[in-house]
Design a protein around this ligand. Sequence first.
Ligand code: SF4
Length: 786
Amino acid sequence: MASTTEEILEPNPLKDDLVQAQPPDEPAPPEISKVSKAAGGARSAWTAARFAFGEMGVVRGTRTLLQLNQKQGVDCPGCAWPEPDGERSHFEFCEEGAKHVADEATRKRVTSEFFAKWSVADLSRQTDLWLNQQGRLTQPVLLREGSNHYEPIGWDEAFRLIAGELNSLSSPDEAIFYTSGRTSNEAAFLYQLFVRQFGTNNLPDCSNMCHESSGTGMKEALGFGKGTVRLEDFELCDAIFIVGQNPGTNHPRMLTTLLEAKRRGCKIVHINPLPEAGSTRFKHPQEFWTWLGAGTQLADLFLQVRINGDVALLKGLMKEVLDAEERRPGEVLVRAFIEQYTTGFADFKTALATVHVGDILEQSGISKSQIEAAARIFLQSERVIFCWAMGLTQHKNAVANIQEIANLMMLRGQLGKPGAGLCPVRGHSNVQGDRTMGIWEQPTTQFLDSLEKQFKFSPPRRHGLDTVHAIQAMHKGEAKVFFAMGGNFLSATPDTEYTAAALRRCRLTVQVSTKLNRAHLITGGQALILPCLGRTEIDLQAGGPQFVTTENSMAVVETSEGKLPPASEQLLSEPAIVGRLAKATFGTRSSVDWDALIGNYDLIREAIEQVVPDFENYNQRVRQPGGFYLPNPIRERQFKTDDGKAHFTVHPLPKIDLQPGEFLMMTMRSHDQFNTTIYGLDDRYRGIHNGRRVVFLNADDIGAAGFAAGQLVDLISRYDGQERVARHFRVVSYSIPRRCAATYFPEANVLVPVNYFADKSHTPASKSVVISIRKADSNTDDTEED
Ligand code: SF4
């Protein structure tokens, strides 16, 4: 018989019974309105202004927004979509970007009185939205063993406490050092230096949970793991395919790029289980003369693929390409590219011939005529860009998803030429830069050799733990100290109750944060919150005001310099936190002059220049307005695989058999949300208001299951003999393929098994979880009572 996750955890009366790892139930059902036909417009401009001025005030808000994404201004802490190389508008941000900076630059403060008043248990019964709305953290606080209240602690004492715990471990590998994508290049480089000098490569990061599958798939097939296009390529391409991505909510300024491409005649194909407002129609918020119209239709073709039907669909497209070549030999495949730059084409072609069209249609849920229509656009386009996001990367077969895109593009030589290429769109502002700086549990030998030479110590050579394996190590008691540089680890990770149990088994958990979140409430024996400066704030060190640098999705490295006074005099910058912790931990044992590095970030960048390839003259080049591009070998048709060729790869059709009553569930974000940060309870493009615990289902499935829209249900996932339950979700009738379900994270993360992740990349498979749905085991269902 299946056991529940609650049953397998060892109870801890104080922490388990009183402190909730999951957000509380919602008091009332959400309101459902019509789905938006277009993204952007007046509503977007108004919402941006309301958030910005509400949190920051009009003068401060205006000044801050005018700095956002400007050359030598403040880099938006939101997504990693790039800014134009040339002239930039005064309003180089989107509604979401305005929310991000308003959230960080809010005037609200969390003080020691707040923590005296609120116990950890009481805080855990508040919503994630409420926690975030309390304001900026202002001083370091400690949760002592057995206490239920955080209390103030001085910085020196906090560093001594962490250092004492780290130095008492029997192995450095008993510590985990997590990084979120907000961390700057300078902080990330210093952090990995500290961690490796401490003696471990346990450096999991948020990339493990998002685009790891993209990097793994591209590196294996093409020899390089980053996107190959620049913004200028969007000015040249004839077709853009957007797969498993919702730019309207998650990368809104990409809509401006799509709009410009569309206006010059480029075709756009959107492939996604849900139609999304931004990909259907867009009204540019700054083109107020368009606000009253219907907006510009962006997608020429929308393919409503079943969840995880992408490999099937891509194989369908590739079959169309090969069939066209049969009909017109020598006119369709770009033989010169295939012969000169690739290997494995014959095996790939043979394997594809064995795939049955019937299976493709069934698994993708897309008709033959629609596949043919997409293939026509692909074949009629001289230059094609493929964009994707989490819809492709969070499946068991996610690496195969990425490599099938590479296969398709190689058939037509769509790599390494202007206006064409691959574009994994990253969701956090410096997640790509952090990896470039060495935040990786599997560092290359070359990187470690350079680190050793520059800093005169022997870095550990054994690989460390990624996110899911770090959680498992903490759960087994093999890791005892958890340190998070930013983020909300508990809510970002899968299997909420399991992860909570893992964190609770640590001796010490430490979070470097700007605002309160649920990860501060699910703690080890002792817990520290270390408040840090935000991107928008002045970073004053011994050498004067400092700027930091970040790398966006298209490998542009640019400066970011905060202009606002810090939220509190007690905040430290992330580099300062790392440097002072290193000094406390190592004493005289370190070969690094930490004080010098944190006093002047130019010195950190000089060290980066010596260790990380392609950063020559870093300080000089990054001071040029707009920064500089890192090289991308694929753009030059250099494939840095073992044999110097791009590899065609062969993948089976991934088949997930659903039993009667089962659905394939994907988690996703709402429009009032950035990663785990909840800004509001509305998802206005999808017509959801004042609620988040909803499950989107096809109307026919709702009827067939005997449910009704608005009904309260429980969601259950069973995996490896364990049952996980997410309680009290409302059924929403939505345009989604049959037998598919969609929910918001982090609410539904409890259903994602920690040991269910992508082959090779280990990215949690949050977008293809098999669930069943039952009427809620509660007598509080007002729908039923009505
Ligand atoms: S598109 Fe992304 S980076 Fe740009 S302003 Fe919006 S959230 Fe920020």
